[in-house]
Design a protein around this ligand. Structure first.
Ligand code: FAD
Length: 434
């Protein structure tokens, strides 16, 4: 008799049950399916620039996300096995214990993720099949009108061709396994303390008062699109600084894959059909294309996105002045607008896009500090850290990436334009002399 096929979905930054190719394929191709997630201890350690790779804000968001994923998978009769170990240590054991034939996972191409995969593969029998999938794009790599090596260095060229020649694939159906598929297991989701943090209460001023998890992401879409109809005015409000509704706030869920860019895209189309299409509805799609673009930039350029010269291999005289870095991080520079944004980040793990552009420009273009240090600090603090968007945007602002104009922000002018009455600065600098 033929052996029953057994598959495992190794969840990485695709922490959802909806529109997830790895999950759907595993269920279609196997008699039995389990799922796993590893809290990799390296993700909570200090990196070479002296910051923890993940700070408390993203750690808590991730714990909430995995908790919801476990519940949602259980409803499909799939058990999520959770480990607090390196993937290369726990996956080989798990494969043997559960007699796994196929491992399904999201394809990642940045150095650390590739090294982990290589390590995992080196410890597993050749008979086990590895099936990667690109779960993270709006325009799937097989649908973009470019060879990866010829992805344009200018966003507009990428966007216009994709808009003309590519189609966003339909969302995948969610399947269900038979009840008997659900196994019991004693893998526990670690506490926040086990990840090295004390629990904390969110700052009441935060612009991101949300929790992690797929259901939370879908709730936010419902609220932003249908309840408040803020999508219809997005282009007019997106440069705002205070409160939860000036922009979609989808980024933290997109970053860890609690929602797919495709799900958001098709809901925008639905909104356009039911409520109406305008510049704002288009602009949210435009921003999702930026997100895709930075993924393609990193896919094309590999490790260069982490190098000081960036993808342009530019030479500048970067400084590493410790007190200037300290002042930037702690919001004690000569620029109140930079300070307010940096304090917001430190207190909440969130900063608006307008804020990010200004503080990054100030760091790299005014203080002339090594942009990789600023990027590493963002990596640590941001609740929505995404390797491609973070390093892509930092390179862009620092003049070593995809900005053909290589601009420097005039910070006082930006503060006047976007915070004319200083409401935002007062909100975050209230304890300081303002
Ligand atoms: P919205 O304005 O509602 O946009 C909707 C979605 O479009 C976002 O959720 C995001 O997925 C995408 N998007 C919007 N702007 C950008 C952009 N400039 N680049 C890429 N995608 C974009 N975004 C991250 O998700 N993770 C990061 O680590 C990150 N680091 C950044 C670092 C710097 C220096 C800068 C200037 C920007 C960075 N961004 C990053 C991009 C952008 O600031 C955030 O995506 C945005 O502020 C998130 O808020 P939102 O979801 O309300 O965005």
């Amino acid at each position: 008799m033929q052996k029953k096929q057994k598959g495992v979905v190794w969840f990485r930054n695709d922490l959802r049950v909806n529109d997830n190719e790895s999950l759907t394929n595993s269920m279609a191709e196997n008699e039995s399916v389990i799922a796993m997630y590893c809290f990799d201890p390296r993700h909570f350690e200090q990196t070479s620039f002296g910051f923890k790779k993940t700070e408390k804000f993203r750690a808590k968001f991730l714990l909430e996300t995995v908790t919801e994923l476990k519940d949602n998978l259980e409803k499909l009769n799939i058990a999520l096995l959770v480990y607090h170990e390196k993937p290369e240590d726990c996956i080989p054991k798990m494969v043997i214990e559960n007699e796994i034939d196929t491992i399904y996972f999201q394809e990642e191409w940045t150095t650390e993720e590739m090294k982990v995969l290589e390590n995992v593969k080196s410890k597993i029998s050749d008979s086990v099949v590895f099936k990667p999938a690109y779960n993270q794009f709006l325009f799937h790599p097989e649908d973009v009108p470019f060879e990866i090596n010829f992805i344009p260095n200018v966003f507009t060229q990428f966007r216009t061709k994709c808009e003309k020649y590519s189609k966003v694939k339909a969302e995948l159906l969610v399947l269900t396994m038979a009840k008997a598929n659900l196994i019991t297991n004693d893998g526990k989701i670690p506490s926040i303390e086990a990840l090295g943090f004390s629990d904390f209460v969110s700052d009441s001023r935060t612009a991101f008062p949300f929790h992690g998890g797929e259901n939370e992401a879908l709730k936010r879409v419902e609220d932003y699109f249908w309840e408040t109809k803020k999508l219809g005015v997005y282009k007019l409000t997106r440069n705002g600084l205070i409160g939860k509704d000036f922009s979609s706030k989808f980024s933290p869920w997109l970053a860890n894959g609690s929602i797919s860019a495709k799900t958001i895209y098709w809901e925008i189309i639905n909104y356009e059909q039911q409520i109406g299409k305008n510049e704002s509805t288009y602009w949210l799609i435009f921003e999702l294309i930026w997100r895709d673009y930075f993924k393609y930039v990193s896919l094309k350029n590999g490790n260069s996105i982490f190098k000081i010269g960036g993808i342009l291999d530019k030479e500048y005289d970067w400084k590493t002045n410790k007190s200037a870095i300290h002042n930037w991080i702690n919001g004690t520079t000569a620029e109140p607008f930079v300070n307010a944004n940096m304090i917001e980040l430190k207190q909440t793990g969130w900063m608006s896009n307008r804020g990010r552009q200004n503080v990054a420009s100030y760091f790299a273009k005014n203080l002339l500090l090594d942009w990789r240090i600023g990027a590493a600090y963002f990596e640590s603090m941001l609740v929505d850290y995404d390797v491609h968007s973070n390093y892509g945007n930092w390179m862009y602002v620092s003049g070593v990436g995809n900005d053909p104009r290589d601009r420097k922000f005039n910070i006082p002018l930006q503060a006047e334009r976007y915070d004319g009455e200083s409401k935002f600065q007062k909100l975050w600098l209230q304890q300081q002399l303002f």
